[in-house]
Design a protein. Structure first.
Length: 397
């Protein structure tokens, strides 16, 4: 007698929504742009100062926005205090809840110290800009450069904690082989630097700086980050095809039969190779041709931002569609509300609003490594800016 046994497996909802992607993306941009601002503002390399000013602007804006996305991802934002009332040193999320506030405060203080001399010089400006400068500058005493260096070094230490905990809290999930790998945290960092370099290239264009020095420096950073990301991805793949057991082997087995995942891997690989090749092409052109070519570097910046964001979408969202308790794959459709498209667009819109408000009321273009208002010379800043902002042919109109 033949009998049929029917197995039913429940459909589980995903645990992390697009808010998590926004948080991981914003916080990666934050710590990466902090490190790109550090050579000039912390270590005193004046050649990096134009880059540092744009990087610091990006760092502050993303640092302010990242916790907003994180709180939204808690589904019940007011329960954040549970992390502190019921601390657990064995939980990376709990550890992160201690590091993140220290990091955010460090970035805010570092930014204030770097902008303070320019704010002091802008105290007599008419209207809201002058009022904000008088309010934020907190007097006219000089800003000790050593204080900025100490705050900067401390914040860099906190940023390494952010890199570690954001990668580890995903990589320790043994139930998801695609997450449970030591290759994931360094890949988060590498793609974060790719996206951060792209963001600075984009800001260099839209903020009117158009500095060739900035473009050259960020293209080199992007090239190095692409190379690191390629090495990590290649190591992960080789680890998977050469091992019969282990999380990487299990991960490759879990998506072996999915045409969608093969397409995703192909798209990611081709985009990364194309970005690497385009950056290498720009950097190896003869010196007289580079300024004209660098004028288009902002397009590579958009591609780099796409790479950074899409990697986090695939890791945090697409991986959740791989079934753990049943055969096949679960479908996820992005909802239109605040937990989907509206949340994604709203986060980027809020980030843009922060950037515009800072640009309107704060003289961020004169950021420096401490000093006083008398050290900020508008004439010198304009001359230096004109000497460094020659991208492409002259424009008219």
């Amino acid at each position: 007698m033949n009998s049929t046994i029917e197995l039913l497996a429940p459909r589980y909802d995903i645990a992390w929504y697009p808010w998590a992607v926004q948080y991981f993306f914003m916080i990666a941009l934050s710590y990466a742009t902090l490190w790109l601002a550090a050579p000039a503002l912390v270590f005193g390399k004046q050649k990096w100062l134009p880059t540092a000013r744009l990087a610091l602007l990006a760092c502050l804006a993303t640092t302010l926005l990242a916790p907003v996305a994180l709180l939204a991802d808690l589904h019940q934002p007011l329960r954040f205090w549970h992390f502190y009332a019921y601390a657990n040193t064995h939980s990376w999320m709990s550890v992160g809840s201690l590091i993140l506030p220290l990091y955010v405060v460090g970035v805010i203080v570092l930014t204030w110290l770097a902008w303070r001399p320019a704010l002091q010089a802008n105290r007599q400006a008419p209207g809201i800009a002058g009022f904000i400068s008088r309010w934020l500058s907190l007097g006219d005493s000089p800003t000790p450069p050593v204080l900025l260096v100490l705050v900067g070094l401390s914040t860099l230490v906190f940023s390494t904690g952010i890199m570690l905990y954001t990668g580890a809290e995903v990589a320790i999930v043994k139930a998801r082989p695609l997450w449970n790998t030591v290759w994931l945290p360094p890949m988060f960092v590498a793609t974060g630097f790719i996206a951060a370099a792209g963001l600075i290239l984009l800001l260099n264009r839209v903020m009117g700086e158009r500095c060739t020095v900035v473009s050259g420096q960020m293209l080199k950073v992007m090239l190095g980050a692409c190379l690191v990301a390629g090495l990590v991805a290649g190591s992960w793949f080789l680890d998977g095809i050469n091992a019969d057991v282990g999380s990487v082997a299990a991960a490759m087995e879990s998506v072996r039969g999915s045409a969608e995942w093969r397409s995703t891997a192909l798209w990611g690989g081709l985009t990364g190779v194309a970005l690497f090749g385009a950056v290498l092409y720009l950097l190896t052109r003869p010196a007289p041709r580079r300024p004209a070519l660098y004028a288009w570097a902002w397009l590579l910046g958009l591609v780099a931002l796409h790479v950074g964001w899409m990697f986090r979408w695939v890791v945090l969202m697409d991986v959740q569609t791989v079934a753990r308790h049943s055969a096949g794959f679960h479908h996820y459709g992005i909802p239109a509300g605040s937990s989907g498209i509206l949340g994604i667009v709203g986060t980027f819109g809020l980030w843009l609003a922060v950037i515009l408000l800072i640009d309107l009321f704060v003289p961020w273009r004169q950021a420096r490594q401490g000093g006083s208002a008398t050290d900020v010379s508008p004439g010198h800043a304009v001359t230096q800016n004109a000497a460094n902002t020659t991208e492409g042919v002259s424009s008219h109109g």
